[in-house]
Structure formats: structure tokens, C-alpha cells
Design a protein around this ligand. Structure first.
Ligand SMILES: [Zn+2]
Length: 222
């Protein structure tokens, strides 16, 4: 075990943060999860996160962040806005400052709970153009959080430099491949596991899954 300390995982019930939850449970004596409710299209996301936390015996806090929808109506929260991506632009799922806000609130909660470690599944590799998912931003925010609360937070980003296939590989190394594959919700249409297969989140997830399975089973990838 990494150490006897406590960690809080920013947890959505999706593939990435569920992999992070397994990662954290291998390394920290105590792990808690925090989920942000910001009026996701599918309340199922919150239920899915709660079910996983319960099954993994992880204390789970759901924080109301509905003000985010008030500030930035977008395709993740509003069913009347389609999920699209302009060539070279940000996808319509983008919410300005979302990770900044989530990590700041996670830090307030972590300090209250006596946890120094914060784990987030942000990733720069499959970079969709979210500026607050970048490694430089996370490092900057870590310093700011420590100064703002006079507390030695450490933000961990186990997925930062992994592509989707490598994230599946990490789940497999954590003996969580089947669990992550069947119990997580990534699909924008609210279908668990392998999802609808049509939305951008499903396509990204499946491409990584296929790539990893081909590598694992020794099939050459043409
Ligand atoms: Zn889908």
C-alpha cells in the first residue's frame, strides 16, 4: 500500500474516474468519492456513481453544483442542445471552468475530511480542447489550493498521459477490466457499459477498448 493516508476521488461513475477509484483503493488506506450533480442529462449518472461507490465500499458525497448549468447551459445538461464539435473548436459539452470548480470544491471537502490527496481522471492525451484538463493547469491549481487553504494537498492524475487504450490496460492491471466495462456509464445517451455505440463518448471509448483488446490478445492492429 502506498501509504496510510486518505484520498478523495472526483468521481462521475464513468470509465475514467472509476478506474481512478480502483487506482486509489490500491494506494491509500482510506478512499472517499465525491460526485457533482450539475443537472446532467441523465440522472442515471448519479445513480450509477452511487451504486459503484456502494459496491466498492467507498463513502460517497454528492454535491449540488446546479449553478453550473445556470452559468453555462451546454449539451451535457440541456437536452435541447445537441452534442456537436466544430472543426478545430471545443465540443458543445464544454463548460468553462468546470474542472477548476470541481477540484476546488473537492479540495474543500477533502480538507474537511482530513484528506490530503485528491485524485482526478483528467487527461491531456485524448485532449478534447478542455484547457482545465491540462497538466500545467492541474499543477498550477495544486499550488493555488495549497496557498488558499494553507494545506498540503496533492492532486494525482493517474490518467494524464494515457490514451484510452492505456486507460483500459490500467483497469486490467487493477483487476477491474470487466467491472469498468460493464458497470460504468460514459455514453451521452445514458446507456451503461458499452453504451449506444453512436455518440462521441461511445466511439472514443470503443476505439480505445478495441485497440487494447487487440494488443492484449496479440492481434496485430492494422
Ligand atoms: Zn453513447
Amino acid at each position: 500500500m502506498f501509504n496510510n493516508e486518505k484520498a478523495v476521488v472526483v468521481f462521475s461513475g464513468g470509465q475514467d474516474s472509476t478506474t481512478c477509484l480502483f487506482w486509489a483503493k490500491e494506494r491509500f488506506a482510506e478512499v472517499e468519492a465525491v460526485t457533482f450533480n450539475y443537472g446532467q442529462r441523465h440522472k442515471l449518472e448519479i445513480d450509477c456513481a452511487a451504486d459503484i461507490a456502494r459496491e466498492l465500499d467507498v463513502p460517497h458525497t454528492v454535491l449540488d453544483m446546479s449553478l453550473l448549468n445556470q452559468l453555462a447551459p451546454n449539451a451535457l445538461t440541456r437536452s435541447d442542445i445537441d452534442i456537436t464539435q466544430e472543426e478545430g473548436g471545443l465540443p458543445s459539452t464544454f463548460v468553462d471552468g468546470r474542472n477548476l470548480l470541481f477540484l476546488s470544491f473537492a479540495a474543500v471537502l477533502a480538507k474537511q475530511k482530513g484528506a490530503k490527496h485528491i485524485i482526478t481522471g483528467v487527461c491531456e492525451t485524448d485532449f478534447s480542447g478542455y484547457p482545465d484538463c491540462r497538466d500545467s493547469f492541474i499543477k498550477s491549481l495544486n499550488v493555488t489550493l495549497n496557498l488558499s487553504m494553507d494545506y498540503p494537498f496533492v492532486i494525482h492524475t493517474p490518467l494524464m498521459w494515457l490514451n484510452k487504450a492505456e486507460t483500459w490496460e490500467l483497469a486490467d492491471e487493477l483487476n477491474a477490466f470487466e467491472y469498468v466495462r460493464s458497470k460504468t456509464l460514459t455514453c451521452y445517451n445514458g446507456i451503461m457499459g458499452d453504451g449506444c455505440g453512436e455518440c462521441p463518448a461511445c466511439k472514443l471509448r470503443k476505439a480505445g477498448l478495441d485497440q487494447y483488446i487487440a494488443k492484449r490478445d496479440g492481434v496485430s492492429h492494422v
